[in-house]
Design a protein around this ligand. Structure first.
Ligand code: SAH
Length: 212
């Protein structure tokens, strides 16, 4: 279903500057409508963020593509995602041949993401809890992607990243953030590239914002 719509979406992503063919291929493969509540499915292939319940959103396809291109995961890499939400971003990375670990703090969203991963037979490791403390057991990760807006870069995520790995995280206030793309060049040293004007829901937790 919706094959033509997915191809059109990929054309839009290309026009907006997404060049990584492995990222574009994943957007053809993953059926975004399956990650949405039924009443929203008809809008699945528009380049917009959509509500998924509990005040949370599935990110805009362009944002997912941009972050994935910045992360540049290689096959067999181990990638940690903070903020599973609908599960769509995790599925995109998984389809690039990556081993994905993802954490969601809302039990309802965690449960529905697990259900869709099972249904599509995506072998993604899921956890319900505060992702600002990371997931030490499987660290270090070749890459970490945070899909909620943070006030600071959580120290545990920096620690759990492998040297040579990338950490992609929106940093700013609760409304507007700058995407920070950190490359870990040694145990203590990071190089950061910043790309402005992103809007994510807040990252809530020990090293995030306070809130419910
Ligand atoms: N990657 C998601 C985007 C969901 S929006 C997708 O593709 O649909 C961000 C998600 O981050 C929300 O579901 C929110 O509940 C979750 N979140 C916020 N703070 C978190 C934290 N500290 N740990 C884990 N998840 C968190």
């Amino acid at each position: 279903m919706f094959e033509a719509e997915r191809e059109e979406l990929v054309e839009i992503l290309k026009q907006r500057g997404i060049t990584n063919q492995r990222v574009l291929d994943a957007f053809i493969k993953v059926e975004r409508h399956l990650f949405l509540p039924e009443i929203m499915q008809q809008h699945a292939y528009k380049d917009v963020a959509l509500p998924i319940g509990l005040g949370q959103t599935i990110s805009q396809p362009y944002t997912v593509a941009f972050m994935t291109q910045a992360l540049d995961p290689q096959p067999q890499n181990r990638i940690l995602e903070i903020g599973t939400g609908s599960g769509y971003q995790a599925a995109i990375i998984y389809e690039m041949g990556v081993r994905v670990f993802t954490i969601e703090r809302h039990l309802e969203l965690y449960n529905s993401a697990m259900k869709i991963f099972d249904k599509l037979n995506l072998k993604i490791a899921t956890r319900c809890g505060d992702g600002t403390i990371g997931w030490e057991e499987f660290s270090p990760y070749d890459g970490i992607i945070v899909t909620a807006g943070a006030p600071i870069v959580p120290t545990n995520l920096k620690k759990q990243l492998a040297v040579g790995g990338k950490l992609v995280i929106p940093i700013g206030d609760k409304k507007i953030q700058t995407l920070n793309i950190l490359t870990k060049i040694s145990e203590e040293k990071f190089i950061t590239r910043e790309v402005p004007y992103f809007a994510f829901v807040p990252l809530i937790g020990k090293e995030g914002w306070n809130g419910k």
